[in-house]
Design a protein around this ligand. Structure first.
Ligand SMILES: O=P(O)(O)OC[C@H]1O[C@H](O[C@H]2O[C@H](CO)[C@@H](O)[C@H](O)[C@H]2O)[C@H](O)[C@@H](O)[C@@H]1O
Ligand SMILES: [Mg+2]
Length: 264
């Protein structure tokens, strides 16, 4: 398979030709994986975990997943591999040494999630995704509730207090921990062994990814927004689809294999 657009062709060239120069930060939903009707309906292509592992090896371990999913859920998607992962939009963090920092669910936040489920129960098609220290209200199956759901989520986010913020996304409103965003997670990785001294390439598809695009741009790296979204972006390049990103990763992984075979 060949990468289908200019941004992914450049990505392949950079990571094949200068693997010691770059660090790769990848969003999951809408970037590595095609979007699905519900959070649980996503499909992880069989070859993707091994592709990511091969690309990570090629980059000397300088690859991290930076996602709105919880860290344990993201780990489960790519088992048996364990990549550095920042979960809950940057609030949860596992570094290159395996040390993990998570956010506790306070009794007040647990009660708020319960009340949110009750408050939205009448909205047929609206799905509440409990992610521990974050909660998402999805309206992909009930787009007519867009405005009503935003108001409810805004009110609940305010009630949750300053340790949580409202995070809009693709057909979703989330209440996530305020303590770090994706850009801050990328900045933290760039101080860690394996990542330090490299230029960041951030790839994402949604509003939550804008902070990591801005960080990558500010550090002289590259930022790529995947797919289409009506809102403005600070990403420097665009890629057509998750499948184009997966294809690029497979090409980079295969180039690594070829070099290893040639050297032996
Ligand atoms: O930062 P990401 O890795 O992209 O995660 C962002 C959110 O992705 C998920 O929701 C989105 O994908 C679903 C499955 O394709 C889709 O049904 C939904 O409409 C999208 O908003 C996930 O459920 C959230 O928890 C993530 O924060
Ligand atoms: Mg995404």
């Amino acid at each position: 398979m060949r990468p289908s657009d200019a941004a992914t062709r450049h990505l392949v060239r950079r990571l094949v030709d200068e693997p010691e120069r770059w660090a790769l930060f990848l969003d999951i939903d809408g970037t590595l994986l095609d979007l699905a009707a519900t959070p649980d309906a996503i499909q992880v292509p069989l070859s993707l975990p091994a592709s990511l592992d091969a690309v990570s090896a090629r980059l000397g371990g300088a690859l991290a997943l930076v996602t709105g999913r919880s860290l344990p859920f993201a780990d489960g998607l790519f088992a048996p591999f364990r990549f550095p992962i920042a979960g809950l939009h940057g609030a949860e963090f596992r570094g290159t040494d395996g040390a993990t920092s998570v956010v506790s669910v306070t009794p007040a936040f647990a009660a708020l999630k319960q009340r949110l489920a009750e408050r939205t129960a009448w909205m047929e098609g609206v799905l509440i995704e409990d992610k521990g220290a974050a909660v998402a209200a999805h309206y992909r199956l009930a787009p007519a509730y867009d405005t009503a759901l935003e108001k409810i989520m805004r009110d609940f986010a305010e009630e949750a207090g300053p340790a949580w913020v409202l995070q809009p996304g693709k057909m979703v409103f989330e209440i996530r921990p305020a303590r770090a965003d994706k850009g801050e997670a990328v900045a933290t990785y760039l101080e860690q062994p394996a990542f330090a001294g490299r230029l960041p390439i951030a790839i994402g598809d949604d509003l939550t990814d804008e902070t990591m695009f801005a960080l990558a741009n500010a550090r002289g790296g590259q930022s790529i927004r995947v797919g289409s979204l009506a809102t403005a972006t600070c990403a420097l390049a665009k890629a057509s689809s998750p499948s184009a990103i997966r294809s690029a990763l497979a090409t980079i992984a295969a180039a690594g294999d070829r070099k290893a075979t040639a050297a032996s």
